[in-house]
Design a protein around this ligand. Structure first.
Ligand code: 5RP
Ligand code: CO
Length: 223
């Protein structure tokens, strides 16, 4: 399966956001990950549809929105209108995940389901047939810059098995503490989409070199 690198703009310098997005695009990033936090589902605030709207005309990369919010249903129309290409909701955030998943797809955008590190992985099974992507959180959601949780590896292996059994075209994304070292472990366990914020936008040698290095090492790990 193709490996995709998804820089998370949560770690970017917002005064230079457009320039940095173009930099990672030119370096081979595959999509941009937009972390949306409401101060309720997670104890932090971040960004909303205006950021997606602002980025839409300056990049050809797909914009994927990771909704860490209560009542995700309330925000779907605004993100779709702003130009999001995929919306990822948390299984833990809504009682009616299936109807929200169907609503997102009916609006012509891709749909993903995220689970937090302590959520049993089996919760994804009833939805798998209708998903484009499963997001396995590898830190507690809410903040960038945290350390990858090592117990995630077994979860990734087991989610990959569920995907192969139920919907082999579904992507498996990992998010949280992904750097060159943990990306290789995640890819070997079965992940194919790598979200990285701090490791890309906080890299000493800059976001372009970090994007290229992550792509190259993951492709090598997969071979
Ligand atoms: O969803 C997130 C946090 O809830 C972020 O996408 C994630 O933390 C990426 O940041 P970093 O690579 O710095 O860990
Ligand atoms: Co995220």
């Amino acid at each position: 399966m193709t490996i995709a690198v998804a820089p998370s703009i949560l770690a970017a310098d917002f005064s230079r956001l457009g320039e940095l997005v173009r930099t990672v695009q030119d370096a081979g990033a595959d999509r941009i990950h937009v972390d949306v936090m409401d101060g309720h589902f997670v104890p932090n605030l971040s960004m909303g549809p205006v950021v997606v709207k602002g980025l839409r005309p300056i990049t050809s990369m797909p914009l994927e929105v990771h909704l860490m919010v209560e009542r995700p249903n309330d925000f779907i129309p605004a993100f779709v209108s702003a130009g999001a290409n995929s919306l990822i909701i948390h299984e833990e955030s809504a009682d009616d995940s299936l109807s929200i998943i169907r609503d997102i797809r009916a609006r012509g955008v891709k749909v993903g389901l995220a689970i937090k590190p302590r959520t049993p992985i089996d919760v994804i099974v009833p939805y798998l047939n209708e998903l484009d992507l499963v997001l396995c959180m590898t830190v507690e959601p809410g903040f960038g810059g945290q350390a990858f949780l090592p117990e995630s590896i077994e979860r990734i292996l087991n989610i990959r098995k569920l995907i192969e059994q139920n919907n082999p075209t579904c992507e498996l994304e990992v998010d949280g503490g992904i750097d060159a070292r943990t990306a290789i472990l995640a890819v070997k366990a079965g992940a194919n989409v790598l979200v990285a914020g701090t490791a890309i936008f906080g890299a000493e040698d800059g976001p372009a070199a970090a994007t290229r290095a992550m792509r190259d090492t993951c492709i090598a790990a997969q071979a």
